[in-house]
Design a protein around this ligand. Sequence first.
Ligand code: FES
Length: 344
Amino acid sequence: MSSSYNIALNFEDGVTRFITCGAQEKVLDAAFRQRINLPMDCSDGVCGTCKCRAESGTYDMGDDYIEEALTADEAAQGLVLTCQMIPRSDCVVAVPVPSTACKTGTAKFNGSVAAVTGMNDAAYELVLEGLAGAPAFLPGQYANIGVPGSGQHRSYSFSSASGADRMTFLIKHVPGGLMSSWLSSADVGTPLEMTGPLGSFYLRPVTRPLLLLAGGTGLAPFLSMLETLAQQGCAQPLHLIYGVTRDQDLVLVDRLEDYARRIPGFTFTTCVADPASSHPQRGYVTEHMPSKVLHAGNVDVYLCGPPPMVDAVQRHFKAAGIAPASFHYEKFTPNAVAAEPVPA
Ligand code: FES
């Protein structure tokens, strides 16, 4: 048995904070020890004020709480009382209040530019090092990166796995854009300030087949998920459809080929929307989605792409009469990220 576990607390406003929890410690106490005041009144399993949802992990709830605080049905659905919950593994816990209500907020951290690689005038890969003090994150989440000298920040999904020595981001090239302009002449060693991790678009426990749908640089969070699954192992089939607008927007395909070798159940398809493309698969992701990757609805779907892509995929499922077991998506525009999980 481990002497402590990592608990990700995901707040209602998208902020995530990680705490360590001793093997015999209750989550509420561990959070308080780390200056996060989770909702509570009695701390005794009576009031129900500390009710949260355990999204992954194993834990003991003991039998010292009363039915009025947490019913058997609620417990069966994964609801927990943090004042009673003793983790038996790393866990992800959704907290139904904003981080500010718990006297916490996004972590600030620093890194420095190790490399910037421009790809086909379509995207940049930004590699950061010197990450002492960088927080853990869940695969799929994002950070706000300050654009040096501008007083502004931009939001980008991590494309590396949490805990790596180097952190990477895949960033769309926007002609004249604030971050793109800075990246085009960024110097190695330049310090960057970031806040995060943020976002509710992250990989849940993999208990059924996965369908991953990436639009353009919406590939980034999936690279983080795939790296995590490559390291942890994955027993389920997973299929990625990566759609772009122009031929030159297809980047990092060699990275996907590498994951296809490292993850036994992983396959992927690429497609290009431009009718003039010479790519073998032309069209949108919905046109390259055979029914077998939908597993008759027994599939968790993750989508990261522009808003019209989200709408098109939802229409496609409806027309096909498919209701996926879960559908998580992140809509992004070049200057913003907005995440919304959609229950099945
Ligand atoms: Fe009252 Fe947990 S704080 S039940």
